[in-house]
Design a protein around this ligand. Structure first.
Ligand code: MG
Length: 359
């Protein structure tokens, strides 16, 4: 048999929908340690979509955290993945780039569902190759940045308690964007002097209010601000950026690669999340694009388990800032993956995502 014929046989074997290929989807309820309040919502639990892709005895795991903000929920995400069952169980997983392009063409929206598929495939590929995902991506785990720990909006007493609980983290991210911002920062500052980042989650409604708040925050040891104004207010944010002295980072305004170029004049950086853009492959494109445009890069996450947060962590050696603490905010994480030591992300050295069951 010639080499070409042999290659053809291997390809044919992969293309066949083998009985060993299995796809499972389920919605998992994650309970929050504290009620989670930001400028736009409040919740005690989050439902996320989990995908398990099994082939040749190896299971790749993925997760997507849908947000109502982006008109998605876990159940419709599950239905979206199920609508691709035929494609996913018959396609060659080594063609993951083509496979994800097909999934992107066939699914309208449903970015968290796309992320769950992408993460499961990349976990499977890494395990099959026997290398951690960061190594497959050509990255140095030692370059993984510090992650912030996020403090949701609460009473001053609870805010002080949460700040004490976050003692191990050298940088905190404080949620603001309501009338109580000064009380919130005062409560944090009564406990610690460590650097702070703040996230207004579109909570300030005018450019004048945003400048006044940010100019005050600059004097409180705040080193950057995320999404000060509603996502649609790009021109107003450009006006704000010219009047403040700390970086302004886009989050809700920055969902997909096509959003990045128009943000370069109004923001100093972008917060990229797998659940917003549709997975690891797309997030890497956004990081590369943002860098090419001179923007700072941040990897963030939704409230989710260690599946999604660990997937993002494997990309984190590429970015300036990490806010990858969604798994630390929940009480019933089904998996152990990325860990944090004095704020630094410690990537698992096992193949793929490197997840192990929590129990
Ligand atoms: Mg944010």
């Amino acid at each position: 048999m010639t080499r070409r014929e042999l290659a053809g046989c291997v390809g044919a074997a992969w293309a066949a929908p083998g009985p060993s290929t299995r796809l499972e989807t389920k919605v998992v309820r994650l309970n929050l340690r504290h009620t989670w309040t930001v400028a736009t919502s409040s919740s005690t639990f989050r439902d996320t979509l989990h995908v398990a892709y099994t082939r040749d005895g190896i299971t790749g795991r993925g997760e997507g955290a849908s947000l109502a903000r982006y008109h998605e929920d876990a159940r419709s995400g599950q239905a979206a993945v199920e609508s691709l069952r035929g494609l996913l169980t018959s396609a060659n997983p080594w063609h993951f780039t083509k496979l994800m392009a097909q999934a992107f063409r066939r699914l309208e929206g449903q970015w968290a569902a796309k992320a769950a598929i992408d993460i499961a495939l990349m976990d499977w590929v890494g395990q099959k190759l026997g290398v951690p995902l960061y190594r497959h991506l050509g990255l140095d785990a030692g370059d993984a940045p510090l992650t912030t720990f996020s403090i949701g909006i609460d009473t001053p007493e609870i805010t002080r308690q949460k700040t004490r609980e976050a003692e191990a983290f050298p940088v905190l991210k404080i949620k603001v964007g309501l009338a109580t911002d000064q009380e919130t920062i005062a409560a944090v500052r009564s406990v610690t002097n460590k650097p702070l980042r703040v996230d207004a989650n579109e909570g300030w409604k005018t450019k004048e209010e945003a400048v006044a708040k940010i100019n005050w925050l600059e004097k409180q040891g705040v080193e950057l601000v995320e999404q000060p104004l509603p996502a649609s207010m790009i021109e107003e944010t450009r006006w704000v950026r010219g009047r403040v002295h700390i970086p302004v980072i886009a989050d809700e305004a920055c969902l997909h690669p096509s959003d990045v170029p128009r943000l370069a004049e109004a923001f100093d950086g972008v917060n990229i999340k797998l659940d917003k853009c549709g997975g690891i492959l797309e997030a890497r494109r956004m990081i590369d694009m943002a860098r090419a445009l001179g923007l700072k890069t941040m990897l963030g996450c939704m409230i989710s388990s260690s599946v999604s947060v660990t997937a993002a962590a494997h990309l984190s050696p590429l970015v300036d800032y990490a806010d990858l603490d969604g798994n630390l905010l929940i009480a019933n994480d089904p998996y152990v993956g990325v860990k944090v030591a004095q704020g630094k992300l410690i990537l698992p050295d096992r193949p793929g995502l490197g997840l192990t069951p929590a129990h």
